[in-house]
Design a protein around this ligand. Sequence first.
Ligand SMILES: Nc1nc2c(ncn2[C@@H]2O[C@H](COP(=O)(O)OP(=O)(O)O)[C@@H](O)[C@H]2O)c(=O)[nH]1
Ligand SMILES: Nc1ncnc2c1ncn2[C@@H]1O[C@H](COP(=O)(O)OP(=O)(O)O)[C@@H](O)[C@H]1O
Length: 186
Amino acid sequence: MQMGQLIVFTGPSGVGKGTLLRSLLARHPELELSISVTTRAPREGEIEGRHYYFVNREQFQGLIATGQLLEWAEFAGNCYGTPRTPVEEMIAEGKLVVLEIELEGARQVRETFPGALQLFILPPSPEELERRIRVRGQDSEEAIARRLHRAQVEIAAADEFDIVIVNDDFDRALEAIEMALFAPVS
Ligand SMILES: Nc1nc2c(ncn2[C@@H]2O[C@H](COP(=O)(O)OP(=O)(O)O)[C@@H](O)[C@H]2O)c(=O)[nH]1
Ligand SMILES: Nc1ncnc2c1ncn2[C@@H]1O[C@H](COP(=O)(O)OP(=O)(O)O)[C@@H](O)[C@H]1O
């Protein structure tokens, strides 16, 4: 059986990664989303095991110490990591596995999985990014400020990625992602 592949999605908080990925996954059942572990508190409506595995700091440290995370990073005051075993199993089964992770994690994956395809999603403007984070209405002022600060660092690193897509018009961005993932290479 053919080995699968890792696909990394990175981009500033609020750019629309989660929304784009939901549409992408609904349209392409061959894609599998890796569910991350986080120390962040669940947002309203978030479900354990579907959006994240929610753990405390001690549990997270235990996962690091026992080598159970493929990559991990701290973001806006919380820890996030990718459980290693499910990803390795899905790749061995020939699946296309999507990681939605921030910049530091994407850099780690670049070292450990050089064959991974790395996409970066940009906002049309900083003002629109802030508007989207606020419209989502899920974060405290402090969390929003941390995310916007981090966004500047992440956007400055967009050039490191294989493919950069601007999420201005949603359908166009989705189409550009599909082209990047599925268009035959000539
Ligand atoms: N390195 C790493 N980053 C992650 C992981 N899971 C989520 N993230 C990133 O952590 C950041 C914060 O995620 P979250 O708290 O859900 O906020 P949101 O991006 O504003 O919806 C985002 O950039 C996610 O892409 C992970 O397993 N590893
Ligand atoms: N192309 C777009 N135009 C306008 N709003 C968008 C677009 N894409 C996503 N959004 C909205 O922006 C907000 C943040 O999106 P989300 O997927 O939560 O971002 P992320 O996962 O990158 O943090 C959501 O309210 C979402 O509906």
